[in-house]
Design a protein around this ligand. Structure first.
Ligand SMILES: Nc1ncnc2c1ncn2[C@@H]1O[C@H](COP(=O)(O)OP(=O)(O)OP(=O)(O)O)[C@@H](O)[C@H]1O
Ligand SMILES: [Mg+2]
Length: 246
């Protein structure tokens, strides 16, 4: 998947990529976190941003805190420096300082669409782009709310997660049409939660790893501040983290 993305993104400098899907629960956050780890392991400076203000979840998966984040930043209560957490990868090579930068959503707000639609969101992404090779954004689904379309215009493109046996062709088609009308580029599609017996997709190409690859596991990632100390409230593991281990 990383290789395919590198091809799609070859023409873009410091790309910003949203991971989204048609509906809730199709695997956006898991895919986004896995991709972040995979790119970090390949030596890229990656920032993972949780812009799913209605269902913030990425922090649990990566073992970071969500006491403050994007909402505080966009409303001017905190600086970018305050909100950025550095998560060192498990088994990292001490020389290579492999890790992922992360910004959670922070506390809930009443008006997520309006907040995301302000020029401050674009400014935040511009600022992050100065320090990162790649920005990966965990976003809300496209069909239920307008949030994704609002931020869709601020990024290089989106990767659409489709859940095997669940996401309908109609919903995929509606989602694609909405994105095209919104002038949001679809960089690729991920078929998630495939089982071995779903067969033909992967097998036809001779691959067929059905579930997240080992390299993507964040199972023992521990957030550290930039001076190397463990960040407060960090390191909790969730059911989703456990799912990655299976
Ligand atoms: N490839 C996978 N293999 C096994 N379980 C998975 C996989 N991808 C996601 N899951 C599980 O599916 C559930 C939904 O995943 P996730 O939270 O990533 O979806 P989401 O699209 O981000 O959901 P939401 O729209 O609520 O934010 C979680 O329980 C997660 O552990
Ligand atoms: Mg999610």
């Amino acid at each position: 998947m990383r290789s395919n993305m590198l091809v799609s993104l070859a023409d873009f400098k410091r790309p910003r990529v949203i991971i989204t899907s048609a509906n809730a629960g199709e695997g956006k956050t898991v895919t986004c976190a896995n991709l972040a780890v995979s790119f970090a392991r390949a030596g890229q400076r990656v920032v993972l941003v949780d812009l799913d203000l209605r269902h913030p979840d990425a922090h649990r998966l990566v073992g970071a805190h969500n006491r403050y984040g994007v909402c505080d930043l966009l409303s001017g209560r905190r600086s970018l420096e305050d909100c950025l957490q550095y998560l060192q990868l498990p088994d990292h090579d001490a020389q290579s300082a492999q890790g992922v930068y992360f910004i959670g959503t922070g506390p809930p707000v009443r008006n997520p669409t309006e907040l995301l639609g302000t020029s401050r969101t674009a400014m935040m992404l511009d600022e992050l782009g100065k320090q990162a090779d790649l920005i990966l954004i965990d976003a809300p689904p496209v069909l239920p709310v307008a949030d994704m379309l609002v931020i869709g215009r601020m990024v290089t493109g989106v990767i659409l997660v489709v859940e095997a046996r669940r996401t309908t062709v109609t919903d995929i088609s509606k989602t694609k049409d909405l994105l095209i009308r919104n002038q949001t580029r679809v960089l690729g599609v991920v078929l998630n939660k495939m089982r071995q017996r779903d067969g033909n997709y992967g097998d036809a190409y001779g691959y067929g790893t059905p579930y997240p690859a080992r390299e993507a596991s964040l199972q023992s990632a521990r957030p550290v501040s930039k001076n190397g100390k463990a960040a407060n409230g960090a390191g909790r593991r969730s059911a989703k983290t456990e799912a990655l281990e299976q």
